[in-house]
Design a protein around this ligand. Sequence first.
Ligand SMILES: [Fe+2]
Length: 255
Amino acid sequence: MLTRRAALRAFTFTTLAAVAGRWLPESARAEENNAPLVPEPPPSHSSDAPFTLGPLPFAPDALEPFIDTRTMEIHYGKHHAAYVNNLNKAISAYPDLAKRSVQDLLRDLDALPDDIRTAVRNNGGGHANHTLFWNSLAPASDTKPEGALAKAIGSDLGGFDEFKDAFTRAALTVFGSGWAWLSLNSDGALLVESLPNQDNPLMFGRTPILGVDVWEHAYYLKYQNVRGEYVKAIWNVLNWPAIATRYEDSIKGTI
Ligand SMILES: [Fe+2]
């Protein structure tokens, strides 16, 4: 029999999944509170909201104790949802853009109309980044990179320990809000970098393989201002099989 706490948790996640993509737009800063997650009615036509919030590939408590349940609920159900809604708002006056993938929009920001370029950069970046992030995480396991990715980390970055040190440094040295990235350069080599705000390697001609969110909203409830503890914890919940598959698909040019 479900305990009351387990039942409440299951209900919360089911509710979040059921209303994915249907939250009212909010600014990222306004979402830093602990207000109840209240769903809004869905749009009347799907063309009103061409970009949607995909399902979280794990339950919000699945990454405990490394990422706490409440942070996951707010991060996915409010922050990510707001980026999706704000992206839809930004392109609502340009129906042709709704036919393109968010990755395509980010690859060629200069081609976008002036009045929405910054909004697409921030909110399209936020949507793409968080989608990739959720799909790079999994409940704790002892997995490490294998196959072609492990080989490339060895040849391009000096090995897993050197990569881990460089990636951790990149995550800790982002000033303010941003992301640490493992990216694939146009010459096919891996590199570690950090980018501010919701910028994505696609904006600079590179392919993102792994991104770790170091905005305070990703860790503040559990780790407060100690970003280093959060970055240390994240290594326990990286989904290396999924990341390795993304690398292999990128090398083949299929993503
Ligand atoms: Fe985030």
